[in-house]
Design a protein around this ligand. Structure first.
Ligand code: NAD
Ligand code: G6P
Ligand code: MN
Length: 433
């Protein structure tokens, strides 16, 4: 039987993960699941861990859910390690959002100043986990969900020297759910090709006869169809001219870059009324954990779809099942480029369509990107590499370079001031600086 270890097991997404594993039990015979958390997450771990066990008890399968604060015990001989932890909890996310906003800039979970600081906090922990894995489960695969997922995966490969890793996101899953519906097709009638970085990718679609139907989807996007946007992203129409010019479909996070003005205005308005996204999420999470406490609840409640990461298990559990059973399912993953996106170095991590099997990801070649997108991508990857380097070395000057090159950070003395304030606000979680 398979042993799974999940770091950040107290997350409200754990039932989503259980549902995905239960659904795939026949091809992925799990024996035990170890949910790991820290002292601060103990209460959540206890509630959601019991709920997870109830889900298995209601299934035909005999699986034991263990809860522990001892990461080593969980990692020992694990086959798959999944990561869904949040260093500094939602309080840290509020600071990532609030501090840049005081100065009129956007700080988001994975974008702008906030995303860079989430990387500064998360990279040291993922590298500790990788070192533990080298000792305790050297054959295991690491399936990362912790954000910023692309940068965290890059850190694992580049600094952890660990290649058995796959980085995940639910955004491509959601796009591939709604777009076939837009065209009145079944999902298996369309062929997808994604390329770019996590939360910064584009895709093209062809039908079963090889005919490019990207423009047909673009047309539908302006007819008021459901766009498949995660709940945390303000859903406004993209500038149509840009989509028509590049003949690709951007991901939701491109709103921050193609429409920075509108997105910032909307965020600042929300911050003054209903609060930042982290503050909104806190409420949803409280409601979810109230539900999870119900000893009769043994299935994933519908309210979890209010979280931005809905359908995460379709990526996580399917990639694990595909590796385990060598299924060669096509998924969108963060993985080493190896030439799939020739506009970026071969050894960096990209988010692309790939076939997932026993050897990991075999990327689908995308080819060169159009001029504008190539430029964006090269700047964004440089920003990511500088951010990770700063996270590992603790070098202030490298951090300031990352801030300065980030397209969402207006450069200059205010940017440096935001960075300095974030360093103070997060000092407990930045051991390297
Ligand atoms: P959360 O605030 O519920 O945190 C999950 C758990 O991690 C908590 O119980 C917390 O106590 C625990 N934790 C914190 N530090 C830890 C550590 N060092 N070791 C072990 N556990 C630790 O977070 P969430 O909203 O469930 O999100 C979890 C993570 O997943 C975040 O990093 C978030 O950004 C990410 N996420 C990713 C995607 C994606 O598309 N890849 C989507 C949604 C969320
Ligand atoms: C999105 C993304 C995640 C993101 C999250 C936020 O869909 O794919 O990477 O950070 O959901 O969700 P939340 O509900 O926490 O705002
Ligand atoms: Mn994501």
């Amino acid at each position: 039987g398979v042993k799974i270890a999940t770091i950040g097991g107290g997350s409200s997404y754990t039932p989503e993960l259980m549902e995905g594993f239960i659904k795939r039990y026949d091809e992925l015979p799990i024996r035990e699941i170890w949910l790991v958390d820290i002292e601060a997450g103990k209460e959540k771990l206890d509630i959601v861990g019991k709920m997870a066990q109830r889900m298995w008890d209601a299934s035909p399968y005999d699986v034991k859910v263990h809860m522990t604060l001892d990461r080593e015990e969980a990692l020992k001989d694990a086959d798959f390690v999944t990561t869904q932890f949040r260093v500094g909890l939602l309080e840290a996310r509020i600071k990532d959002e609030r501090i840049p906003a005081y100065y009129g800039m956007l700080g988001q979970e994975t974008n702008g100043a906030g995303g860079m600081f989430k990387a500064f906090r998360t990279v040291p922990i993922i590298l500790e986990i990788v070192e533990d894995m080298k000792r305790l489960c050297p054959d295991a695969w690491l399936i990362n969900f912790a954000n910023p997922s692309g940068m965290v995966t890059e850190a694992v490969v580049r600094y952890g020297k660990w290649d058995k890793v796959i980085g995940l996101c639910n955004v491509p899953v959601m796009a591939q759910m709604v777009e076939p519906e837009m065209l009145g097709k079944q999902p298996d009638e369309l062929i997808y090709k994604f390329a770019g970085l996590n939360h910064f990718h584009w895709h093209k679609v062809t039908d079963a006869h090889g005919k490019d139907v990207t423009q047909d989807i673009i047309n539908k996007m302006y007819e008021g169809d459901e766009t498949g946007m995660p709940k945390n992203i303000h859903d406004i129409p993209f500038p149509r001219e840009i989509l028509e010019q590049m003949q690709m479909i951007p991901c939701g996070y491109h709103h921050y870059y193609y429409q920075e003005e509108e997105t910032l205005a909307h965020a600042l308005e929300e911050y003054q009324t209903i609060g930042t996204r982290a503050q909104q999420v806190k409420k949803t999470e409280t409601e979810l954990f109230e539900l999870y406490k119900d000893p009769n609840l043994d299935y994933k409640p519908e309210q979890l779809s209010q979280r931005g990461g809905a359908y995460y298990s379709d990526a996580a559990c399917e990639s694990i099942a595909s590796i385990y059973a060598n299924k060669n399912t096509q998924l969108v993953v963060s993985t080493k480029n190896d030439g799939a996106v020739p506009d970026l170095p071969a050894d960096c991590v990209v988010e692309v369509s790939a076939y997932i099997g026993g050897q990991g990801a075999r990327n689908v070649a995308f080819g060169e990107l159009p001029t504008a997108e190539r430029g964006w991508l090269q700047v964004m990857k440089a920003m990511e590499l500088l951010t990770i380097e700063a996270a590992v070395t603790g070098d202030y000057n490298t951090a300031l370079q990352a801030f300065t090159i980030n397209p969402m950070v207006r450069s200059g003395k205010t940017a440096q001031r935001i960075m300095d304030e974030l360093f103070i606000a997060h000092k407990d979680h930045l051991p390297n600086f």
